[in-house]
Design a protein around this ligand. Structure first.
Ligand code: 5MM
Length: 333
């Protein structure tokens, strides 16, 4: 029997989601940071190390792949989507094509990737993808994001989400308000409320079925260049306040991005959010977990350093972090 979108969404957020969908430029940046040149083969070896780490299935329920990776296989020639599936981990795929600027003198961007989306979704489905991801990016700066940027990005997310659901794929909707800059926690709260409100309005306009949607938002923090950072409790409560104001109850799951926070801080925030959530499940009914990229991979990437002899150590480091993030998603750290 075909699974419903709700069932797929619930399976994807059951544990945590590993965001391993770095595009060519981003994976190059990550690998350069450890002195390694990115090639499709090096990228494959790195991702294989993560996907085959012993026990990954205990803590990770979904992995977001990049176009290059969904077509790659393990050393013993098992396609990555199949390898994940055999561990009961849902394979997902990034389908946006990155951002473009509204104009050279503005920081606002919109996300590209609508061309040929329906066709690509069907191909990815045949390759084993059960869910997809599309990221919109908002930078807080001098009047940005503008209403035009909020509207265009929300429209893009909603059209993508509708196309996914029509293809039987669960959309992860990722509106990311960046941590870049020196804005305050209050400004982050205000802009994130605006961004999420416009997104949910557009999802409604395009009749996207919310039970088959996973939201991937930012946590509410001060900008990374602001010396006045809020404590963990304040970040957790403010983040829940924003979700309560903007996210309809029907949404199946919320999976936070880490946004450049350290692994410990992102994990600590997620744990505090879930402790508060567990105390008031009627107010915050969603499953709240992580879809971290850097905060799940950063320590393992360092430990690996591109050397075969470090693979086992790096896998151990990765699993230790994945276990902590999973416990944090239950508020049990
Ligand atoms: C893993 O990085 C993802 C892809 O980024 P690019 O499109 O820039 O290559 C990214 O969308 C990621 O899924 C989210 O930003 C969450 O990652 P972090 O590192 O913020 O947890």
């Amino acid at each position: 029997m075909n699974k419903t979108l709700n069932q797929i969404a619930k399976e994807v957020v059951a544990k945590t989601i590993l965001a391993a969908d770095e595009s060519t430029g981003t994976i190059s940046k990550r690998l350069t940071s450890i002195g390694v040149d990115s090639t499709p083969e090096v990228n494959r070896e790195y991702r294989q190390m993560l996907f085959t780490a012993s026990g990954i299935e205990n803590y990770v329920s979904g992995v977001i792949l990049f176009d290059e990776t969904i077509r790659q296989s393990s050393n013993n020639e098992i396609p990555f989507p199949k390898l994940l599936d055999e561990k009961n981990i849902s394979p997902g795929i990034k389908v946006d094509k990155g951002t473009a600027k509204f104009s050279e003198d503005k920081v606002d961007t919109y996300t590209e990737g609508a061309d040929g989306l329906e066709k690509r979704l069907l191909e990815y489905k045949n390759l084993g993808a059960r869910f997809a991801k599309w990221r919109s990016v908002y930078m807080i700066s001098n009047g940005s994001p503008t209403q035009e940027a909020l509207d265009k990005n929300a429209e893009g997310l909603a059209l993508y989400a509708k196309a996914c659901q029509d293809a039987g794929i669960v959309p992860i909707v990722e509106p990311e308000v960046l941590m870049d800059g020196d804005h305050s926690l209050e400004q982050d709260k205000e802009i994130t409320i605006k961004a999420l409100s416009v997104v949910f309005n557009k999802l409604k306009v395009y009749e996207v079925h919310l039970g088959g949607v996973i939201l991937k938002p930012n946590m509410i923090t001060a900008g990374k260049d602001n010396p006045k950072q809020a404590d963990v409790e304040t970040v957790a409560q403010t983040t829940l306040d924003v979700l309560k104001t903007t996210v309809p109850f029907e949404v199946s799951g919320i999976a936070f991005l880490s946004g450049g926070q350290s692994p410990d801080l992102a994990t600590g925030h997620l744990n505090a959010i879930n402790k508060l959530r567990n105390a008031k499940p009627d107010e915050y009914p969603w499953r709240i977990t992580a879809s971290f990229g850097r905060a799940l991979q950063g320590e393992a990437l360092e430990a690996w350093g591109g050397k075969k002899e470090n693979i086992e150590k790096a896998q151990k480091v990765f699993i230790e972090r994945a276990e902590k993030v999973y416990k944090a998603s239950l508020g049990q750290l």
